[in-house]
Write a protein that binds this ligand. Structure first.
Ligand SMILES: [Zn+2]
Length: 109
């Protein structure tokens, strides 16, 4: 799999990376080049990301310090070796949610 981000994916990632934290500027620059290179097989919208490897890396250890909660779960943005790695939608509902929530549904903690 290698495809552009959907508009929803891009909007959710933008909203998470608009929060102030160390490394956010580098990750925002990477987001402009991000592509989806894998997807969870359980039916949820979790995606693996790849970015332009020539861009500066971010000093972020394993995941950004921002959690975006939604009523039935939340989103976690993982970083590997300073690069955007995957966007996970963890959920408490029995059936996986098919789509990422709209950015205005996210509550940041
Ligand atoms: Zn899944």
């Amino acid at each position: 799999m290698d495809r552009p981000l959907t508009e929803v994916e891009r909007n959710v990632l933008s909203a998470m990376l608009d929060r102030p934290f160390p490394g956010a500027p580098q990750l925002r620059a990477q987001l402009a080049t991000a592509r989806v290179v894998g997807q969870c097989h359980c039916g949820c919208p979790t995606v693996d990301l790849a970015v332009d490897v020539t861009l500066p890396t971010a000093v972020v250890d394993s995941r950004i310090p921002v959690e975006a909660a939604v009523p039935d779960g939340g989103l976690i943005l993982f970083v590997e070796e300073g690069r955007l790695s995957s966007l996970e939608y963890y959920h408490l509902a029995e059936d996986p949610p098919p789509y990422f929530p709209a950015p205005d549904q996210l509550r940041f903690t």
